[in-house]
Each structure stands twice: as structure tokens, then as C-alpha cells.
Design a protein around this ligand. Structure first.
Ligand SMILES: [Zn+2]
Ligand SMILES: [Zn+2]
Length: 265
């Protein structure tokens, strides 16, 4: 399998996950042009995509969905609630009805040779989900936009080869920063976003020798920066009750506005 972040951050998200035969995007929260540029680096054409998995209807996840899917007629998979949110989002234009496929969390389905397992996350959207994908005994997950995690989430993220995991904000930067108070409450709440610390703690719960690629993503532009997210998560792992040292991990931070490394596993 391969995984590659085409863009990741509070201003737009688009992650490629695929096998030799099947090519998927998780979210299309950037312009069609930028998605095309990203796919070009992966040597994939828009026509070759087999599906777009949408996590939820916030604009940083669906901004490019209308234009991109109309051009390439890629099937779109999302929960019923997210589909309602997509249809209600006037900026996308008319969504071709036949392309929208409702899915149910915890009911896995296959696209080509990839098995997709959608699971529920706690976030302030209609019916948000995250995705685990498996092919030939390999697996990857994209888990962003989660205000908290629990045993259920940990279970869904066990045994992975690669993960793109949210490390949204530094709690102190957010607290002292210029965001209005209600927005701060929202981000820090159970339906907001995962802080660097919580991201590190979640990672401790899912680390195993086979987890070869860790990508921290969906960083806040205002309340985080790459080095801080990386160091905080690394420290949580080192201090955590597990046999791993942060510096031993293959961990990187996804680039906000450009294509990150292509990971193969
Ligand atoms: Zn969101
Ligand atoms: Zn988001």
C-alpha cells in the first residue's frame, strides 16, 4: 500500500491511500488544481481514482469535492449525515446524485482490493467518521477531527502499518492566543480537535513494532507549529508507559500546503 498527504491542516485536507490497483482519496478539502498536482506526484490521473472517502462536511474537508468529482466522476462515500451536509453546502454546486454512496460506521465495505472500515469520531459535524483501510494484510488509517478518543477508537487503530493522526494544537498556545473564547472552548471540547498531548497519548495506546509510518496532521495554523507537534508527541511516547522511545519512531509532520513523502508499506 501507499499513503501520501497531499495537504493536511486546518485550511485543507486531502490524503491519498492506495494499492497497486485501487486508488482512494480521504477528503478533498483543497482546490481541484491542487488535488491534480498532488496526484501527478503520485503518478495517478484523476480518472484512475476509485473513490473519495469523506470524513465530514466541514469546508476544510470538502472544498474541492464538487468541482473535482464532477470532472472525474469519482464515487463518493460518506455517512448519511455527511451526505446531507454535502448537499446542504451551497458552495459545492450541484452534486451528481449517482456519485454519492451512503455508508454506515462499523460496516466495512470494499473498493477494488481495499477493505474500508469507517468508524465514528467525536466532532461537531452531522455524522463524522474516520477511515481504516486494509489490503493484502497491510493497513492504514486517517484519523483527524476528533475531540477525544476512547477504547473504541483505540481498537480501530490497532495493528496498523501507517497512520495519519491529528495533532491539532498546543493547548497553551490556544489558551493564550487570540481566538475568541467560544472558539477556544469548541476546539478544546470533546467534539473539537485532538491536542498534541492527546495525540501522543493516543499514539502510545496503538504503538506496536509494525507501525512503521506515523504522520502527524491537521495542525492548526494559529495554535501549533510542526516542530512543537513533533516534539510534544515524541515526548509523550518517551514518557509514556510503553517500551518505545520517541526518537526511535518513524514520525513526520504532514506539510500544510504541499505534498508530503510517499510512504510505502
Ligand atoms: Zn471538522
Ligand atoms: Zn478539519
Amino acid at each position: 500500500m501507499r499513503m501520501c498527504s497531499i495537504a493536511s491542516g486546518s485550511s485543507g485536507n486531502c490524503i491519498y491511500v492506495g494499492s497497486d490497483n485501487t486508488h482512494l482519496l480521504v477528503d478533498t478539502g483543497i482546490s481541484k488544481k491542487r488535488i491534480e498536482e498532488g496526484l501527478k506526484q503520485l503518478e495517478i490521473k484523476g480518472e484512475e481514482l476509485d473513490g473519495i472517502l469523506v470524513t465530514h462536511e466541514h469546508s476544510d474537508h470538502i472544498q474541492g469535492l464538487g468541482v473535482f468529482s464532477r470532472k472525474y466522476e469519482v464515487p463518493i462515500y460518506a455517512t448519511e449525515g455527511t451526505i446531507e451536509g454535502i448537499k446542504a453546502s451551497s458552495s459545492l454546486g450541484k452534486m451528481p446524485e449517482g456519485l454519492l454512496h451512503p455508508i454506515v460506521v462499523d460496516e466495512s465495505f470494499t473498493i477494488g482490493d481495499i477493505m474500508v472500515d469507517p468508524f465514528e469520531v467525536s466532532h461537531d459535524a452531522r455524522q463524522p467518521s474516520a477511515y481504516r483501510m486494509e489490503c493484502n494484510g497491510r493497513s492504514a488509517a486517517v484519523a483527524t477531527d476528533l475531540g477525544m478518543y476512547n477504547e473504541y477508537i483505540v481498537k480501530k487503530l490497532k495493528g496498523l502499518d501507517a497512520i495519519l493522526l491529528e495533532a491539532n494544537h498546543d493547548v497553551h498556545m490556544l489558551e493564550v492566543g487570540g481566538y475568541p473564547y467560544p472558539l477556544k472552548r469548541r476546539i478544546l471540547g470533546d467534539k473539537g480537535h485532538l491536542s498534541n498531548e492527546l495525540s501522543g497519548m493516543l499514539l502510545c495506546d496503538i504503538l506496536h513494532n509494525g507501525l512503521k509510518h506515523i504522520v502527524l496532521g491537521h495542525l492548526s495554523k494559529e495554535n501549533n507549529y510542526a516542530r512543537l507537534a513533533y516534539e510534544t508527541v515524541k515526548l509523550e511516547v518517551t514518557l509514556g508507559d510503553n517500551p518505545y522511545k520517541g526518537e526511535e519512531l518513524d514520525m513526520q509532520v504532514a506539510k500544510r500546503d504541499s505534498v508530503s513523502d510517499i510512504l510505502t508499506f
